[in-house]
Design a protein around this ligand. Structure first.
Ligand SMILES: NC(=O)C1=CN([C@@H]2O[C@H](COP(=O)(O)OP(=O)(O)OC[C@H]3O[C@@H](n4cnc5c(N)ncnc54)[C@H](OP(=O)(O)O)[C@@H]3O)[C@@H](O)[C@H]2O)C=CC1
Ligand SMILES: O=C(CO)COP(=O)(O)O
Length: 355
């Protein structure tokens, strides 16, 4: 007899499903809160016993979400096999650097046909793998989805109106996630371009750092609009060259997420850029943040990859020079402004090839 959730359409028409959230940081907490409020039993895995005890006893995750109480049936655990074993659907909010090792060490716990959704917006250092590709490699018998969009955790836990995107090839995965997460303050839109949605979420972190930096330097509102729009041109050029659908970048996971992280100090990547723009060393800015800013790693990987495949990414190159080569911010800005003037929308008018 197949297990309850092993095959066929998943029945989420009723509330009260068992779900797992892996990762006890800001976003794991935000998603656990939504799922708990939506009436589901949340097996909430984190590696720190003291943190699990605190949430069990008080409903508060004081390190990452000190002002929020998690309500509903939230069951913190430090046993990943227990969380995954009890869950019909698993959401993974582990930073990209640790994503593969956590999944690999526990790969035998995932069941055939189990829905596993990545919430992580990053790229693996070796091999330029996205999280859905890691899931495909490590737990190939699961059904994989990716959630991405303009989703600041701090706003979701305050029930501020939010929209997100579930990307999956399998329509049952899309429908299941829409029904599990959707509520009066959260709308879940669907996409089939898994690679594009996922890559957009990772790439926009780079431009959030750029925008924070520009804001610290008081470059003005026109400059902000220029950076966001040219960031969009650059990230879609790169992603399309790797097989993403350009139209995905017009959606919530593309321009939507770019807008929120490039305009809000609530974004950690923006905050890192802002601190560096004010003269703080990158390492100090990251240490002060105390949470993950995926963009600082993604930047290195995208710079390398874009050079390897010959894709022009002047903002990536300029930010890299500032963060990792000690270039002066004003020199980089000057060089960007004085480079060859080119096409606005290159899907309409191809770029003049000149680096
Ligand atoms: N916060 C947000 O607004 C959003 C975040 N995301 C994405 O979600 C992902 C997670 O980010 P977020 O929750 O914000 O990050 P945080 O920095 O808030 O938390 C990171 C979490 O990951 C855990 N962790 C780190 N390394 C390991 C490991 N080796 N094994 C197990 N757990 C580990 C940390 O545990 P510990 O405390 O024990 O170190 C902590 O619980 C990122 O890719 C981010 O881009 C996506 C949308 C919105
Ligand atoms: O991805 C996010 C919002 O959509 C969160 O951005 P930060 O990681 O920069 O905080």
């Amino acid at each position: 007899m197949p297990e309850k959730n092993d095959r066929g359409p998943t029945d989420v028409s009723q509330t009260g499903h068992d779900v797992a959230v892996l990762g006890g940081g800001s976003f794991g907490s935000a998603m656990a809160k939504v799922l708990g409020e939506n009436g589901h039993t949340v097996h909430f895995w984190m590696r720190d016993e003291a943190q699990a005890d605190e949430i069990r006893n008080t409903g508060i995750n004081s390190r990452y979400m000190p002002d929020i109480t998690l309500t509903g049936d939230i069951q913190p655990t430090t046993s990943l096999p227990e969380a995954v074993g009890k869950a019909e659907i698993v959401f993974v909010a582990i930073p990209s650097k640790a994503f593969r090792s956590v999944i690999r060490e526990n790969s035998s716990e995932f069941r055939e046909g189990q829905i596993v959704v990545s919430l992580t917006k990053g790229i693996e250092e070796h091999g330029f793998k996205l999280m859905s590709e890691i899931l495909q490699e490590e737990i190939p018998r699961s059904r994989i989805g990716v959630l991405s969009g303009p989703n600041l955790a701090g706003e979701i836990v305050s029930q501020d109106l939010t929209a997100t995107v579930i990307a999956a090839k399998d329509p049952d995965v899309r429908r299941t996630v829409q029904e599990l997460l959707g509520c009066e303050y959260l709308r879940v839109y669907a996409n089939v371009d898994v690679y594009g949605v996922e890559l957009a979420g990772a790439l926009k972190n780079i431009y959030a750092i750029v925008a924070g930096l520009a804001s610290a330097r008081n470059l003005g509102e026109n400059a902000k609009a220029m950076l966001i729009t040219r960031g969009l041109a650059e990230m879609s050029r790169f992603a399309v060259s790797l097989g993403a659908n350009p139209m995905t970048f017009m959606g919530l996971a593309g321009v939507g997420d770019l807008i929120v992280t490039c305009t809000s100090p609530k974004s950690r990547n923006y905050r890192v850029g802002y601190a560096v723009g004010n003269g703080q060393a990158l390492d100090d800015a990251v240490a002060e943040l105390g949470q993950v800013a995926e963009g600082i790693y993604t930047l290195k990987l995208v710079k390398e990859k874009s050079e390897a495949i010959g894709i022009y990414m002047p903002l990536v190159r300029g930010l890299y020079e500032i963060l990792y080569d000690g270039a002066s911010i004003s020199a980089v800005i000057n060089s960007l402004m004085m480079s060859v003037q080119n096409s606005d929308v290159e899907f309409i008018l191809p770029r003049t090839i000149s680096q």
